[in-house]
Design a protein around this ligand. Structure first.
Ligand code: SF4
Length: 279
């Protein structure tokens, strides 16, 4: 499909080094206004050719745009869980395959009719229900401890919907005060649940891709990388865009930037990647 010619409008972006490149020469500014005009294939090809002399936020945006073109943003949300269910689901998912943690969560809610019942059950029964996930013997007492605290904090209402009325940082602090809850889980609760909050989870794929691309230091652990990577995203981005950023970085780690033998030769962000360039 030919890239349509268009005149620059007042709504177009003017983002420093990107500017607006000549569409008729098969290149395009990666701003949303222009990207919408291009097919997925053309967008990916055009964006690969962008210059790499960018500051770190511009680079993060360029990476996001290329990966969005590759994987198709906006990406549908994969969960419609309420925030407390998302919290328990996230606690089960630590170092566990999605399929296994999903089974553990389904078994847990099938076996116990309420969160109060999970809290009050013999720990061995909770451990048996969540057996498909890793370390059920550690996760069962931790989940009961968390439910005890949530039950007390909500006067038995078992709802974390009040988090949506808090500023994001305050909501994350509230969650991270619970035992076993770190930045990844607090971000997952706000971002993946029905709250649809503006928070960036970073899983191991996302973290590895960000390190190789030079968005974070090679030595930066997953925990602190949450704040660093979220700070690179434009403040005006909405929750869907932040969610998309996590999803495309994760998908790229799963489908191209493998832990072993990353497929740099077919990577749409190769020209922005010091790790790939050095191989
Ligand atoms: S160029 Fe290679 S190392 Fe860099 S992001 Fe792409 S696949 Fe990963």
């Amino acid at each position: 499909m030919a890239i349509p010619k268009r005149k620059r409008s007042a709504n177009d972006c003017d983002r420093g080094a990107f500017g607006h490149l000549a569409l008729s020469k098969g290149k395009a500014c990666p701003c949303p206004q222009v990207v919408r005009l291009l097919t997925k294939e053309n967008r990916a090809r055009a964006l690969v050719s962008q210059p790499i002399n960018l500051d770190l936020q511009q680079k993060a945006i360029a990476i996001h745009d290329r990966l969005c073109a590759e994987y198709g943003c906006p990406i549908p949300y994969f969960h419609t869980l309420d925030p407390l269910s998302e919290l328990i689901s996230s606690l089960l998912s630590h170092r566990t395959k999605n399929r296994d943690s999903g089974r553990a969560f389904k078994q847990l809610v099938a076996q116990f009719p309420t969160w109060a019942a999970v809290r009050d059950a013999p720990t061995a029964a909770v451990e048996a229900a969540i057996a498909p996930c890793t370390w059920p013997e550690q996760k069962a007492p931790r989940i009961q401890q968390v439910l005890q605290l949530v039950g007390e904090a909500t006067n038995g209402e078992w709802s974390l919907d009040f988090l949506q009325d808090m500023p994001t940082r305050q909501a994350r602090d509230w969650l991270e005060a619970l035992p076993g809850v770190g930045p990844k889980t607090s971000a997952a609760v706000l971002c993946f649940s029905q709250l649809r909050g503006r928070a960036l989870p970073v899983d191991s794929h996302h973290h590895r891709v960000a390190q190789r691309l030079g968005l974070i230091a090679k030595t930066m652990a997953v925990g602190p990388s949450h704040a660093r990577l979220e700070a690179l995203l434009p403040e005006e981005w909405n929750a869907q865009q932040v969610y998309d950023n996590h999803e495309v970085m994760m998908l790229h780690g799963q489908r191209c930037c493998f832990y072993q033998k990353p497929a740099c030769d077919r990577c749409v962000v190769l020209s922005l990647c010091p790790y790939g360039q050095a191989r």
